[in-house]
Ligand binder design. Sequence first.
Ligand SMILES: Nc1nc2c(ncn2[C@@H]2O[C@H](COP(=O)(O)OP(=O)(O)OP(=O)(O)O)[C@@H](O)[C@H]2O)c(=O)[nH]1
Ligand SMILES: [Mg+2]
Ligand SMILES: [Zn+2]
Length: 355
Amino acid sequence: MTNRHTDLARLGWNSWFQEREHCESADTVARVAAVDRDLLLLMDQTGTFRAKLAGRYLFRHPLAQERPCVGDWVCVEKHPTDDFGLVHRLLERRTALRRKAAGDAIDYQMIAANVDSVIIVQSCHFDFNVNRLERYLVMVRDGGADPCLLLTKTDLVEPEVVASQLAEIRAAGITAAVLTLSNVTQEGIADLERTLLPAMTYCFVGSSGVGKSTLINQLIGRERLETGGVSGTGEGRHTTVRRELIVLEGGALVIDNPGMREFGILGAEGGMDGGFSDILGFAPNCRYRDCSHTGEPGCAVLEAVNSGALSRAHYDNFLKLRGESAFHEMSYAEKRKKDRDFGKFIKSVKKDLDD
Ligand SMILES: Nc1nc2c(ncn2[C@@H]2O[C@H](COP(=O)(O)OP(=O)(O)OP(=O)(O)O)[C@@H](O)[C@H]2O)c(=O)[nH]1
Ligand SMILES: [Mg+2]
Ligand SMILES: [Zn+2]
């Protein structure tokens, strides 16, 4: 038993999980390496094997976020003679990287679970955007993982461009670690490798075409993942279609991701505190306890913006993101009502025009 868990430790199992739920005695613990509908690729101390979700599990857990995703720990029943393991249970998630599901739903979509560090990748060439970085930071902190920023394709721009992008990141009040690299010249790759620790899980996210899969292939040392081209505008073509957990030779666990087009901010109030801690640091000095920091007398946040102690761009972004997260945090009923009100509004405008 103890032995089994030391082996699982190489896959990221630790005391946090050990202290929580356990599997039924007939089941063993395994980690999800990939998912394709109700088919799973699992890893445990014996290696990699396929499994499916038990019918009873599917029936009892209809929501997408209740289904295992890459990085999850599950309880699986596996007999030596079986082709497939049968998954009976999903163990509690220590961290969760998730986004608002596409469309209008209040539902969310899991990107990965039990990630220690999310590496937010942007290319210095065309892709760099501080506002988008801040949105990613909110998402990462909301899910409890640590963020790290990575600027790729430094070979395509002058060193001054990279330097000014770094300055822009710091000017926005972002304190997360920033690494830069080129997959072409290899510059910076060794620095990144040094930060990847054994048994820790790293999830790479960022727009399509920024070089996530190319980088992970370099870390593996062979062309394991398919990589794609970029159009003239630097926009990627969505080459990666599947999330996959890969164990590097050095022992770190990495998850590749398809490029993200857009994502909603989910439950971002907690995450916002993390991304805007400098702003919220001034809030206790506001005259009113429920100050909205948008113009009340004696607002310490606005004073800081006016005196230059806080960046105005960072403050504007704070207001914008707070507005969005307030919307996403409304209950379903509130949202429905808002939609209905919006429908009425549209109707009344149309009526005005028709009259
Ligand atoms: N010049 C240059 N090109 C790079 C670099 N990294 C990746 N590329 C190229 O950029 C293109 C896209 O790389 P991918 O690794 O497929 O990008 P991705 O982030 O995995 O994209 P998706 O899978 O679509 O999300 C490929 O043609 C790579 O060869 C780099 O550091 N410098
Ligand atoms: Mg890719
Ligand atoms: Zn205030």
